[in-house]
Structures are given as structure tokens and as C-alpha cells.
Design a protein around this ligand. Sequence first.
Ligand SMILES: C[S@@+](CC[C@H](N)C(=O)[O-])C[C@H]1O[C@@H](n2cnc3c(N)ncnc32)[C@H](O)[C@@H]1O
Length: 338
Amino acid sequence: MTASPTDDTSVAATAPGDVVDPAPRPHATAEEVEAARKDTKLAQVLYHDWEAETYDDKWSISYDERCIDYAKGRFDAVAGDLPLPYERALELGCGTGFFLLNLMQGGVAKTGSVTDLSPGMVKVALRNAEHLGLEVDGRVADAERIPYDDNTFDLVVGHAVLHHIPDVEQSLREVLRVLKPGGRFVFAGEPSTVGNFYARWLGRATWEATTTVTKLPFLADWRRPQEELDESSRAAALEAVVDIHTFDPTDLENMAKSAGGTEVRAITEEFAAALLGWPVRTFEAAVPPEKLGWGWAKFAFGGFKTLSWVDEKVLKHIVPRNFFYNVMITGVKPEAKK
Ligand SMILES: C[S@@+](CC[C@H](N)C(=O)[O-])C[C@H]1O[C@@H](n2cnc3c(N)ncnc32)[C@H](O)[C@@H]1O
């Protein structure tokens, strides 16, 4: 169903016989948060419903040339050189729609279905799609049990979602079930095991350094209000519950093959770019946003682009692939046997 952006209580239509998706719950109770510490899927819903309305700002997500190029660039890196567009695409763990909506704008697919465990995210993704005039429907759905028929889609995509799913192989089996024979899957933005280690370490060190230094009286206006810092720390605690996996690229390839995929191929990106990107993002979260002007944005984006170029042209040839942060994987559903 296509949701109305003014519908505040549900992401689904309510015609007789329709499945009604649950409503977003952006303000979890203390009891729910406590229960979520032991229930990863409840944690996903609470954490991402809470984040949904501010997610695009937090991650500098836009639906213009900058993010179209980024999304299409990731797609092409692992699955380029193939005829476009795909007729019908599905996204798992769509969040606000960053990957599929930008891929559709970049000419990768004609129509799309966005799904996510978080009702709040599906609602925002559908609202974004409507603003962009894209033909997209959406469902609240668990990637381990995709609510679509066999052989439905030409393309299934996901960005930064596999590492949240408890049983990744089960989810990949579901992806292959809903793909048409010959259909392709593309997942990007997954943390490598080595990359996650240095990203977390750099993030923690930047957070500690920034929140300590800004206690100095002459830097007081660089310090965010204590309650906002406390809220970020609580969010970080839930983040530890929702981030379940990191991936070795070869292990992920083997998993996709044992789920039934053929032509499976993983590649990795972002080493120097990640070493800059994680401290930059953490610093941005630790100081009041109004302190960082246009000059900072130019430095952050320009620096990331330059170091991505260094990664691609130089470091890729000398650094082992599992040192890069961002793992991407593609594969194909085998054609039916005659
Ligand atoms: C890190 S966010 C990425 C969102 C978006 N793909 C992007 O790149 O901006 C991960 C998303 O996966 C969703 N998610 C987590 N576990 C899921 C599951 N089992 N099935 C479907 N979606 C899930 C979360 O609710 C969240 O929206």
C-alpha cells in the first residue's frame, strides 16, 4: 500500500482484507527499552522508530545528485555493466529509502517496494518516495520472512541492513525465493570485521576527546546540552544491541552461495575514507550543529571524496580486502531447471 504522508498512526491502508501494518512508536517507555536489551528485534523497532524522523539529517541523506551518485556508485561497483533499468525492485531494511529511492532516481529500477522492521522508517520512506514522485509501495516486514510471493522481483537491494538481521542466511534464502529466476540481489554498506574494529575505536576516542575538551570553560559553547549528550549515550547503548554482525567478505560470499545464489561476488571499499569518516561523523554528533558551517561540510565531503579516490586508485592494490570498511555483495537466482 502507498501511505499518505499525513497519516500519523499507521503506514498501511485499511481496506477490507488488507494487512494493517503496525504504527510507529517513536517514544518508547523505560520498560520497553529494558525489554529491548534482551530482544534484538524489539530493539530494532524502538531504536529505528525513534530515529526515523531525524535519520536523514543525522546521516546527511539527501535525494539529490550527491546521494544519487553515491548510491549508484555503490551499485555499479559491485553490479555495474549490466542492462538497466530493472522492472521491479524490493528493498529490505529501507530506513528512510536512501538506497532504493536514489537508485530509482539514478535509473536502476522502474518501480519499487520498500520494507523495514520499523514502521516509522517505512512511513518516512514512503513520504520521501511520494515527494520524489516515484512509484513505490511499502510494507513493515522482517527480512527473515519477506511478505511477498515467490518469483516477484527482478532486483532485491539493501544498504546497511544485513548486519542487523539475526539469521543472515535465512534472509538471503528469502531474497532468493522472492527473486525471479535470473534476478539479482545487491547489498552494500555492511561493516567488515576489521573495519568495524577501527571504526568503533576511532568513534569512541573522538567522542571521549570532544566531550572532555568541551568541558573547558572557554569552549563551553562547543558543548551540547548535557541531556542531549546523555540521550546520545543511551542511543549508543541500544546501538550495541541492534548491530549484531560484522562480515569477512569471503564468509559472506560462502553464505550467499549456501543460501542458493550463483555468480556471487563480494567487494570492499573505504579504508582511508573510513579512517577520516568515522571521527568526522562522531565529532559532528558531539558538538552543536550550528557550530559547523559550510566550511566544515566542504572539508568533510571533500576529504571523504579525495580519500575514496586514494582507496580506489592506490590502496585497493596493496591493502588486503578485509581491511576496507564497506562490504558489498551481489549474486543471482539460478534460472529454473528445464
Ligand atoms: C542502519 S539502518 C539502514 C537504513 C537504510 N537502508 C540506509 O542505508 O540508510 C538499518 C535498517 O534496517 C532495519 N532492520 C533491522 N533489522 C531488520 C529486519 N530483521 N528486517 C527488516 N529490516 C530490519 C532497521 O529498522 C533500519 O531501518
